[in-house]
Design a binder for this molecule. Structure first.
Ligand code: F3S
Length: 66
């Protein structure tokens, strides 16, 4: 499972990190940082929750359906 953040859309609302702190982190300026690593599939629901909380719709969640 991976999350992708469109840095061109992110304006630093911080709702992703507030709603899904195990998945998202913010940089020094309050913008979302894309996790490099593959995340455990068990975090997919939280990732979707955080993505839906983003007012800019800057987050895409990719889940391997295997
Ligand atoms: Fe950015 Fe959206 Fe999070 S604007 S900081 S990706 S809530």
């Amino acid at each position: 499972m991976r999350v992708q953040i469109d840095t061109g859309l992110c304006t630093g609302h911080g709702q992703c990190e507030a709603n899904a702190p195990e998945v998202f982190a913010l940089d020094d300026r309050g913008f979302a940082v894309t996790p490099d690593a593959e995340l455990p599939a068990g975090l997919a629901e939280e990732a979707r929750f955080g993505a839906q909380a983003c007012p800019e719709r800057a987050i895409t969640v990719h889940v391997d359906e295997r």
